[in-house]
Design a binder for this molecule. Structure first.
Ligand code: UDP
Length: 235
């Protein structure tokens, strides 16, 4: 295996499948199977899931809601998604722990770095819920932050696009995919990999990001075993 410990970032929207809201049962159980393969190969897996399929603070604020209140609602949405994924993983025999940045002791352990690392060492999948626990941040930033804290080798950003392109491939048919690109080039070319806070945190801590299509079966395992899938953003 190329990577010993990875942090997988999934957007909330990816859980919707073909729906336009909420969680698609088939999609989430497909993801659980992909994750199981990687765990079975001996790689330690931590996961951060977004909440955009349920609630986004910024979108609510644009309609007049208090931003901070909306962001807390968004963070709670990530916990709902985390519980759903935890359940799908446990159903197929993967041991998991959910650790949240906001205390919810009846349903999750509080986030404690040492505890997270210990769970990973024991082969459990660790899901980090409630983002960073702070408003005005995103789950991409939470993913980078947690990845650095637990010493992950790489962030695997699962999306519905299979990498970083010269332009948005869903809008521009001439867009060309990069196999690898540096953090500097991403900035110079004005490409979008993650929001700026998350992106610079990753660069400053020399944490590579692989952007890949999570909906293609086997992709996650291929990446972990060292195959070139998606786009790697590195120094
Ligand atoms: N959020 C937050 N702080 C965090 C992470 C998330 O306030 O550290 C809130 C924010 O309102 C955000 C929502 O939770 O819009 C859902 O997260 P995100 O938009 O990152 O989800 P994704 O786009 O990955 O589905």
């Amino acid at each position: 295996m190329k990577y010993k410990r990875v942090l997988l970032k999934l957007s909330g929207e990816s859980l919707m499948g073909d729906q336009n809201y909420g969680i698609d049962g088939t999609r989430i159980s497909d993801y659980a199977k992909e994750i199981k393969q990687v765990v079975d190969s001996g790689t330690e897996v931590a996961i951060v899931i977004g909440g955009g399929n349920i609630f986004r603070g910024l979108a609510a604020a644009s309609k007049g809601m208090d931003r901070v209140q909306g962001d807390y609602m968004g963070m709670l949405a990530t916990v709902i998604n985390s519980l759903a994924l935890q359940s799908s993983l446990e159903e197929i025999g993967v041991q998991t722990r959910l650790l949240t940045a906001i205390k919810m002791e009846q349903i999750a352990e509080p986030f404690i770095k040492r505890r997270a690392v210990r769970h990973l060492e024991k082969g459990r999948v660790v899901i980090f819920g409630a983002g960073t626990g702070n408003p005005y941040f995103t789950t991409d930033t939470a993913a980078v932050l947690r990845a650095i804290e637990i010493g992950a080798d790489v962030i695997l950003k699962g999306t519905r696009v299979d990498g970083v392109y010269t332009a948005d491939p869903e809008k521009d048919s001439n867009a060309i995919k990069f196999d690898e690109i540096t953090f500097k080039e991403v900035m110079e070319k004005g490409l979008k990999v993650m929001d700026m806070t998350a992106f610079t945190l990753s660069e400053e801590n020399e944490l590579p990001i692989i952007v890949f299509d999570m909906n293609k079966k086997g992709n996650l395992s291929k990446i972990v075993s060292g195959e070139n899938v998606g786009t790697i953003v590195d120094l």
